[in-house]
Design a protein around this ligand. Structure first.
Ligand SMILES: Nc1ncnc2c1ncn2[C@@H]1O[C@H](COP(=O)(O)OP(=O)(O)OP(=O)(O)O)[C@@H](O)[C@H]1O
Ligand SMILES: [Mg+2]
Length: 231
């Protein structure tokens, strides 16, 4: 799926959070949006998903205008949102978390296919969501949007708070998702991790995308970019 965002602006009441986000994710690409705290990364994903309504600008998916559609319609077009809080229902089991949301897109993964990519979820199928580790919750959140049939995944800081081993595991999962032909827009603050999974990167500063960077450009300018990110 091809996502195009052009001059997106967004507000919370009087306060402007996005001042010109322009980006493109081509079919089958993994692209990251990197920027420091408060730069507007989550707001960008919420605008694309139709959750944030106070916005202006163009958002299109395979040529379809998304800017005025409600979230359920956008989900049905094949967009899955893996939120930063992971959105796991804590009182439900892993299996219920996977099977309860309605299948929205046409490419829903079967449970067998999900368990082949996420064996830990098969082991934990009967456990309540709350008993999962942070890494397992992240796997479940990703698995759930695949189960719902997403072909474009919007992922908000999936590695946040995870131990290095699990960060690597999330990286493997994203590469695996890409190998299935899916498209990913990934919000990250971890620049090193970003270059291990993504094809390209957009740097967002104060609500504006200011650069489109290749992996090589990130490697060459790592120090400068880390300063931008405030790490
Ligand atoms: N619910 C809200 N009400 C008012 N302002 C908000 C709200 N959510 C975010 N903002 C403001 O919008 C701007 C962008 O926030 P956003 O959450 O999109 O940033 P972010 O890049 O995701 O940051 P982080 O790295 O901390 O997750 C910030 O200035 C933030 O304070
Ligand atoms: Mg955020």
């Amino acid at each position: 799926m091809r996502l195009v965002v052009d001059d997106l602006q967004a507000w919370y009441g009087e306060s402007q959070a996005l001042r010109g986000v322009t980006l493109e994710v081509r079919d089958g690409e993994v692209v990251t949006l990197v920027g420091r705290n408060g730069a507007g990364k989550t707001t960008t994903l919420r605008c694309i998903m139709g959750i944030h309504r106070q916005k202006r600008g163009r958002i299109s998916l395979d040529g379809t205008d998304l800017a005025r559609l409600p979230p359920q319609r956008i989900a049905r077009l094949g967009v899955g949102y893996v939120q930063d809080d992971r959105g796991i229902y804590s009182t439900l089991s892993v299996l219920e978390n996977l099977t309860l949301p309605a299948i929205a897109g046409g490419d829903a993964w079967s449970l067998d296919r999900i368990f082949a990519v996420f064996p830990v979820l098969r082991e934990r199928a009967r456990h309540p969501g709350t008993r999962l580790s942070g890494g397992e919750q992240q796997m479940l959140a990703i698995a759930r949007v695949l189960r719902m049939g997403a072909r474009l995944l919007l992922m908000d800081e999936p590695t946040e708070g995870l131990a290095p081993l699990l960060v690597r595991r999330v990286g493997e999962i994203i590469r695996e998702i890409k190998s299935h032909g899916l498209t990913v827009l990934l919000v990250e603050q971890n620049l090193r991790f970003a270059t291990t999974v993504a094809d390209r990167h957009y740097l967002i500063v104060n609500g504006r995308t200011i650069e489109d960077l290749s992996n090589q450009a990130v490697a060459e300018r790592e120090r400068e970019l880390l300063e931008y990110l405030g790490v």
